[in-house]
Structures are given as C-alpha cells and as structure tokens.
Design a binder for this molecule. Structure first.
Ligand code: FES
Length: 135
C-alpha cells in the first residue's frame, strides 16, 4: 500500500538508499526494508518506523494517525538510533508526554532510519497490547 497522508507535516529526513533490517522487540519480528518499496503504508512519515511496521503487520498504537500529535507510538531504539534524523521540536514536545521516556526514545511515526545501519526497536509494554504479528 502506498500514498501520502496530507495531515503529516513534512520533516527533513534521509530515506535509505540500500536495504537494511528493522527488528521489533519483544515480538522479535525482523523485516527487510527495501527503499524501493517505501512507503509501505500511509500512517507516519514516509520511511518511518511506524509506516514500515504497519506495512508488515506489526501494529504499533498510533492514536493521532502518525501526525506527531500524541505520544502513543513511543518506541525505544535499542540499535540504530544514530541512523535516524534528529527529533524535531514538535517530536520532542510530544515525547515529553510519553511514559517511561529514555534517551533512546523516539516517536515511531517520525523517526526515519537512513539505512546506514540495522535498527532494533523495543515497543514498550504499555503499547504492546496492540502489537502483534500477522504473518
Ligand atoms: S502516532 Fe501520534 S505521534 Fe506518532
């Protein structure tokens, strides 16, 4: 599925130019991200962790639809944080409301890995009730 969401404010990102792997914990779902297939779904920034997750049947809560207006898509980057663009001021503001904030926290709908390394994200347990694997 492709397309773009007109309510998403564009942030400056670097889309990957080569394939990389994105792993979701604790489900231990590993997907190969192919730059040619971005966007995989409609919610979140193109190439964001959220849109890739949704496009692979990994359901991360995203109450505002991926437009940086809540903090329900909070994830913790266990690997590959440096491959994502820095958080915008809007993202930082929303993250301030996220429970269990860590220095490696990001909003899944805003963080876009550039493919320079593999990425591992942990979906916090308060968000895990919706996380599932459909494959
Ligand atoms: S889904 Fe609301 S900020 Fe990401």
């Amino acid at each position: 599925m492709g397309g773009s969401n007109p309510f998403i404010k564009q942030v400056e990102t670097r889309l990957p130019t080569k394939k990389y792997s994105l792993t979701f914990l604790p489900m231990n779902v590993r997907v190969e991200v192919d730059p040619a297939k971005i966007p995989y779904s409609r919610d979140g920034q193109p190439g964001s962790i959220l849109e890739i997750a949704l496009g692979h049947g990994v359901d991360i809560d995203h109450a505002c639809g991926g437009v940086c207006a809540c903090s329900t898509c909070h994830v913790i980057l266990r690997e590959g944080l440096a491959s994502c663009q820095p958080a915008s001021e809007d993202e930082e503001d929303q993250l301030d409301n996220a429970p269990g904030l860590t220095p490696c926290s990001r909003l899944a709908c805003q963080a876009v890995p550039d493919g320079s390394s593999d990425v591992t994200v942990e979906v916090p347990d308060w968000n895990r009730n919706l996380a599932r694997e459909s494959h």
